[in-house]
Write a protein that binds this ligand. Structure first.
Ligand code: HXC
Ligand code: NAP
Length: 265
């Protein structure tokens, strides 16, 4: 993979990455492994995790542990973290990327649909971060990166569930940064814009909407998985050692046009 970072910056580090079996977080796993880390990737689909782990190890020469867990279930999360520490002897970096989303107007959303997205995204982020704190971060310090979005900065129709979920995640990022910074735990977030070739893009920017969306992005391109992976690397590289409690927007300026849309810009 192309990178501006020295290949050994994460030598000896261990990362626990939820959602690491696919899309953006698989890209983060790849980047961290390519820079020396050993990584556990976490999700519900065992087959996909096993295949991803094998491919990532072949690509990087580093160990990757596929861990089946539903982030909504604290006991499964705790078992996955225990397994990671037993396998690799440490846990230094947590990436909370597990999420669920779909387009649905609020008036057609069931109570359970709203609750499900908050449970996966927001409560899942808390469950994983808290279990990692108890088992490793409290004593050793480390990094937490919460994957957010820009949906809630203005207002995004058909996304009341995901907007509420990601706003909650940003609150977790800031609060834990204050509570855990003194322990040497750096807590940040990344808010990706539209990232091409991902499940999120195929669910949220279906074909007919794609061209209009592209034309509205100031950098005039969709993001890549590597764009997000490079930001994650930067956050844990030491180059960002005074960045704390921040959710870094990586979106080519996509959310900025705002009322510009009314002017056709
Ligand atoms: C309305 C829906 C729905 C849809 C499911 N539900 N899909 N409601 N529109 N398209 C409802 C169901 O009817 C059910 O409510 C409730 O949601 C829970 O559904 P389940 O299928 O039982 O839940 P579960 O098996 O836990 O699956 C969670 C899921 C699923 C979110 C629904 O799609 C999933 O696992 N997604 C993971 C992958 C994913 O979404 N990736 C994209 C992330 S992108 P009832 O009332 O019937 O019981 C992303 C981008 C953010 O987050 C920003 C981009 C710019
Ligand atoms: P994705 O490939 O669908 O990633 C979501 C991952 O979460 C999957 O690997 C999925 O694995 C896992 N997951 C879902 N529910 C889970 C649960 N209950 N327990 C454990 N794991 C679970 O989607 P993506 O588009 O790459 O999105 C990745 C992250 O970026 C998400 O946080 C998303 O909100 C954020 N984001 C994406 C975009 C975009 O353009 N794609 C934009 C903004 C933000 P299993 O199905 O195996 O469980």
């Amino acid at each position: 993979m192309k990178t501006v970072f020295r290949q050994d910056i994460l030598d000896g580090k261990v990362a626990f990455i939820t959602g690491g079996g696919s899309g953006i977080c698989r890209g983060i796993a790849h980047a961290m492994m390519a820079h020396g880390a050993r990584v556990a990737i976490v999700g519900r689909k065992e087959d996909r995790l096993r295949t991803a782990a094998q491919e990532l190890t072949e690509a990087t020469g580093r160990a990757c542990l596929p861990c089946v867990a539903d982030v909504r279930q604290p006991d499964q999360v705790e078992a996955a973290i225990d397994r990671t520490i037993a396998e690799f002897g440490a846990l230094d970096i947590v990436v909370n990327g597990a999420a669920g989303n779909f387009l649905a107007p609020a008036a057609q959303l069931s109570y359970n649909a709203f609750k499900t997205v908050l449970e996966i995204d927001t409560i899942g982020t808390y469950n994983v971060t808290r279990a990692a704190f108890d088992r490793a971060l409290r004593d050793r310090g480390g990094h937490v990166i919460n994957i957010s979005a820009t949906l809630h900065y203005a207002a995004t129709p058909m996304q009341v569930h995901a907007s509420a979920a990601k706003a909650g995640i940003d609150a977790i990022t800031r609060t834990l940064a204050v509570e855990w910074g003194p322990l040497g735990i750096q807590v940040n977030g990344i808010a990706p814009g539209p990232i091409d070739g991902t499940e999120g893009m195929s669910r949220l920017a279906p074909g007919e909407f794609r061209d209009r969306y592209l034309a509205s992005i100031p950098l005039r391109r969709f993001g890549t998985v590597e764009d997000i992976a490079q930001c994650a690397l930067w956050l844990v590289s030491g180059a960002a050692s005074y960045v704390h409690g921040e959710t870094v927007v990586v979106d080519g300026g996509a959310w900025l046009p705002g009322y510009g849309a009314l002017l056709g810009g």
